[in-house]
Design a protein around this ligand. Structure first.
Ligand code: EPU
Length: 302
């Protein structure tokens, strides 16, 4: 979708909003899949309500893009613009045991930044790609850690109230790969409370998690992490593996040889290929195990 109206472009400029025309979302997603649209970059949180009112007034649909690491975007010209926060500098501010982190901050870099201030707890999240905002929305987790445990405050754009709000950690429910945020709420910043730990000890924890991840996940390849949530008490990866589906493909969309819940773009995979592979694998698991796997990956249809 293109923003062409000169008057709108000029007001957006006044709000400090940068519009990059016809950006390929394949280049902004870890899967390397996705069509084109205008990228609307936000430099000041406070302008978001006005920006969204303007877009609505002009009939321009939008979606919020984080780090693009858990996202499958449709092919071709997209019927919405993508909104993205510009990363402020600094994006992590430490005060005692609290870290105030901008939603646009890189999650891995946040883990190491906190570690350097002897703040631990986040070691398990070290290899999870994406932004802190994305991790917050999905309650990202790995190796026994989930981000929600440490959240004390969240600044967000509340879609229903159409304004910026601050929520206390106790007002948010964090479950396995799920939170009580509405789908169109936009994460802006978070205050984490982290346990004190010596830097060397945190580094050791980080090393162990990195090794485990390297041993079991296809890190060098284009993927969106795990495609399906694990069903209660089970493992989607193990079930897909047991069906002998490692290496199974539709076009260049392929079930990883290393971890069967990772689907990789082995070349020029399209969203259509990837969606067909997801649906095929889901059907096969359903037939064999009578379990309906739910997507963990977020899908943006055209
Ligand atoms: N397994 C297989 N074959 C495979 C993959 C896994 O047999 O191809 C078996 C493993 O041997 C193990 C079990 O399945 O016994 C579980 O595997 P793993 O430890 O890799 O954990 P997972 O449940 O597949 C989850 C998260 C990952 C996270 C890891 C480590 C989900 C959907 N996945 O994977 O998160 O990194 O634990 O904590 O919750 C993600 O969210 O995108 C993601 C990758």
């Amino acid at each position: 979708m293109r923003i062409k109206e000169p008057q709108l472009l000029s007001v957006l400029g006044e709000l400090g909003v940068q519009v990059q025309p016809e950006v390929s979302l394949a280049e902004l997603t870890s899967l390397g899949i996705g069509g084109t649209t205008d990228l609307v970059r936000i430099t000041r949180h406070e302008t978001i309500p006005e920006l969204l009112n303007l877009l609505e007034g002009y009939g321009i649909a939008h979606k919020f893009l984080g780090g693009g690491s858990n996202l499958l975007v449709a092919d071709g010209e997209l019927a919405f613009v993508a909104l993205q926060l510009v990363q402020p500098d600094p994006d992590v501010v430490i005060e005692g045991n609290f870290a105030r982190v901008d939603a646009a901050a890189d999650l891995g870099r946040t883990v190491t930044r906190c570690a350097k201030h002897n703040l631990g707890g986040l070691e398990g999240l070290i290899g999870v790609p994406g932004t802190v905002g994305g991790a917050l929305r999905m309650n990202a987790g790995a190796y026994g850690t989930q981000i929600g445990t440490y959240v004390r405050e969240v600044k967000l754009y509340r879609a229903e109230a159409r304004r910026l709000e601050m929520l206390g950690g106790e007002q948010i429910s964090f479950e396995y790969r799920h939170t009580s945020f509405a789908p169109d709420d936009m994460m802006l910043a978070v205050k984490l409370e982290l346990p004190s730990k010596p830097y060397a000890e945190i580094l050791q924890g980080i090393r162990i998690c990195n090794e485990k991840r390297r041993a079991s996940q296809p890190l060098g390849q284009k993927s969106a992490g795990c495609i399906f949530r694990n069903p209660p008490g089970g493992s989607a990866g193990r079930m897909i593996d047991e069906l002998g589906l490692k290496g199974h493909s539709v076009g260049d969309a392929k079930v990883s040889d290393r971890h069967a819940n990772f689907f990789v773009n082995a070349g020029e995979a399209s969203a259509t290929d990837m969606l067909a592979l997801i649906s095929d694998v889901r059907d096969r698991v359903q037939k064999s195990f009578e379990v309906t796997l739910e997507n963990e990956v977020v899908v943006w249809n055209a």
